[in-house]
Design a binder for this molecule. Structure first.
Ligand SMILES: [Zn+2]
Length: 215
């Protein structure tokens, strides 16, 4: 990890990132939608926000423009959305709208996984059908595969059609599943700020590699 850090630090100092691209950091869920729940009782929405904040800081250090889809604990639904369902629909549409209002965006949706099978484990990236998503996913997966030897890295996969944002986004976009909150080992690791920071750092590295090698 230290060698990687020094290499990347030198890399960032000498290689300018692609100009004009803005990374949309999307912390999944937001009240009243908490997502799944970790074994320590923390809702997914809090893990996604913690990683988003760290990613925001690392990208800032690298000089990469970025914006968050939500800044607070709340989802980003309109005031006239009253039911849980209306709030969820409005929330997703507003996240999509941000991508349409952003020049040359790259969209990263941050989530944690869950399964009824407690042994299910691993990190997994899903790529959107939009142009550039697969290339971004490959770069990102390579960084995680080489830097998290004790974590199972599941194969890079196309995003399921049922995932609204991935289906609708027209920019390069990934759905990042950082681990299983239903798995005792992974849930405990995700509870640690240092581990979440590492995940955010690797995500920033993956993005940086993509943005500097796009052509
Ligand atoms: Zn989620």
């Amino acid at each position: 990890m230290r060698k990687l850090f020094i290499f990347l630090l030198l890399f960032f100092l000498f290689a300018p990132a692609a100009a004009g691209t803005t990374v949309i950091i999307d912390p999944g869920h937001g009240s009243p939608d908490g997502g799944t729940v970790g074994l320590s009782g923390i809702p997914e929405k809090d893990y996604t926000m913690a990683i988003a904040r760290d990613l925001d800081a690392f990208l800032g250090f690298m000089g990469i423009p970025r914006v968050l889809t939500r800044e607070t604990d709340s989802g980003v639904y309109d005031g006239d959305a009253l039911t849980i369902r209306q709030k969820k629909v409005s929330d997703l549409q507003n996240r999509l709208k941000l991508s349409l209002e952003t020049e040359d965006p790259v969209f990263l949706s941050i989530h944690m996984n869950a399964s009824p099978v407690s042994s299910a484990a691993g990190f997994q990236i899903f790529y959107a059908p939009s142009e550039g998503s697969y290339a971004l996913g490959e770069k990102m997966n390579a960084v995680f595969s080489s830097s998290l030897p004790r974590t199972r890295i599941r194969p890079l996969s196309p995003a399921p059609k049922a995932v609204f944002l991935m289906r609708k986004l027209s920019c390069p976009a990934l759905l990042m599943e950082y681990g299983y909150l239903s798995n005792p080992g992974e849930s405990a690791k995700l509870d640690r700020a240092s581990y979440r920071k590492k995940l955010a750092f690797l995500t920033a590295c993956g993005l940086y590699t993509y943005l500097t090698n796009e052509g």
